[in-house]
Unconditional design. Structure first.
Length: 291
């Protein structure tokens, strides 16, 4: 495969990853607004993902730490979206490139030389990402654009200001864990390049970890039952699109192009979130943030 194929395929792959992550946030927010527990969402979706990936995986590898980081990243992410909105969840993903760049320097995967324009650009980009995350969390300016299109119970989708900041902090924690996940995954892929095997055991161990957490956090038996509504849709969508497709493609892209390259695509989610928020959620665009 030529140079163009080496770059273009991971590029296309990461566009797909960000698109599936944004749509997964929206479907999950709709389900959680309808009463679905975020703990149950993580448990059921990853269990279904593991069942789907089981026939495709032949070798056993231990990736418990990778799954542990991913599990808490998902829990913080879903909790952050519950307290805020998919728009803020997408905006806070801008922290992932900054955190990944810092961790890559610490782990000696990247070299920091401010005399080089590339290193200087990455450093400035990291600072801008952090500043932008503070702006979208704490500042809500005047409305710039409204949507009159169909929305799914917009009063339920968007949270109050008191919960918005809490959601922002939870999503920042998710971004940090996601960056750690990228770095650890890149290290594992050097020795175990089997993408589907890694994805299967990642989902498998998350199912075990989230089961233990859910048994403690969700004492209500009714929270474990899925109905034929948006909750079931969110679990299936998160399992197939959010985990099987997104994690597999992302893992492949990390193997081909490295963790920092993949993390740089997170800001692309803003574009997808803006369009989908206007069309499906009746979102309003404000100076500073949405909602």
């Amino acid at each position: 495969m030529g140079v163009m194929g080496t770059v273009s395929l991971p590029f296309l792959g990461m566009v797909i990853v960000v698109l599936t992550q944004v749509t997964n946030m929206i479907v999950s927010k709709m389900a959680m607004s309808n009463g679905l527990s975020s703990f149950i969402l993580v448990l059921y979706s990853n269990a279904i993902s593991a069942v789907i990936l089981l026939p495709l995986s032949l070798l056993f590898h231990r990736f418990f730490l990778l799954a542990l980081i991913g599990c808490f990243a998902q829990i913080f992410g879903y909790a952050g979206v519950r307290y805020s909105s998919p728009t803020l969840g997408t905006a806070m993903l801008n922290l992932v490139p900054a955190f990944t760049f810092i961790l890559a320097i610490i782990c000696r995967m990247e070299k920091l030389d401010l005399k080089k324009s590339s290193s200087l650009a990455k450093s400035v980009g990291a600072l801008v990402s952090v500043a932008g995350a503070f702006v979208v969390t704490f500042y809500k300016g005047p409305p710039i654009m409204f949507s009159s299109s169909f929305s799914y119970s917009s009063n339920q989708i968007f949270s109050s200001q008191s919960h918005w900041v809490l959601g922002g902090f939870l999503l920042a924690d998710e971004s940090l864990l996601a960056s750690m996940w990228y770095i650890l995954q890149a290290t594992i892929l050097k020795k175990h390049p089997a993408v589907l095997t890694i994805t299967f055991f990642y989902c498998f161990f998350i199912s075990i970890i989230s089961l233990a957490i859910s048994l403690v956090a969700e004492r209500d038996p009714s929270a474990w039952r899925l109905k034929l509504d948006v909750g079931l849709l969110a679990v299936l969508y998160s399992a197939i699109v959010g985990n099987v497709i997104r994690i597999s493609v992302c893992t492949w892209c990390v193997r081909r192009a490295g963790p920092l390259f993949c993390s740089m695509f997170k800001p692309l989610g803003i574009v997808f979130a803006f369009v989908m928020g206007i069309i499906f959620l009746g979102d309003a665009l404000h100076l500073g943030r949405y909602g």
